[in-house]
Design a protein around this ligand. Sequence first.
Ligand code: MG
Length: 258
Amino acid sequence: MAINLRSHRELDLMRRAGKVVAEVLSQLQDSAKPGVSTGRLDRIAIEVASRAGAECLFQGVQGPYASIPFPGAICASINEQVVHGIPSEKILLREGDILSIDFGAKLEGYCGDAAITVAVGSIVPSRQKLIDITRRLLDIAVERMAPGIKWSQVAGEMETCARKAGFSVVRDFVGHGIGTEMHEDPKVPNFVSDDLLRNDILLKEGMVLAVEPMVNMGRSSVRTLSDGWTVVTRDKKCSAHFEHTIAVVAGGCEVLTA
Ligand code: MG
């Protein structure tokens, strides 16, 4: 497994791509209100990205289970949908929903990828707790990532945090390296497995990882709907998702999509 190490010049370009991603997500967070369609959010993302001169990365991606390439610029996953929800003018947000929005952009040849989960109007406390804990898992990664740290140490803390809250970490989908391609080596799980312990990732300066914890309120198992894209929890309980593109730098890390 070859993990790309990025130069200062490359990190500067990735910072610029990351900034576009952050700006899109910030606008979508403000726009995700009851009655708004996820298709409208998709149009806003395309508009903000194109104004910045960036390309939307998810549009046209081929999936392993899907007969159609991904049609949206964003993934919009509501409540029990975990990831890869297809945005649509027909899907209207309702008060009390939680919405996970994932967005990736490429600018001047370099990629940024991030996700947030937002409350639509006012939500029940258990859903707020799920959002808070999932964001906490990502914060743990940002606090711990530094040269010389093994990823399994970070992933172990993330998994423990979810479990202590009574939640579970999704195991079928993981984070990834990112650079000139949206998905590069290595795979970046949010849990510790025998496979990770055998092939641990020793963090080095210049590595850039898209860290993306997905946390379920109930059990960890998920399935893909017949559209070939939308991933949902098997127990139909809610799921949340946060992601940042994070560079390992001297003495720590830098969030490129902040
Ligand atoms: Mg990602």
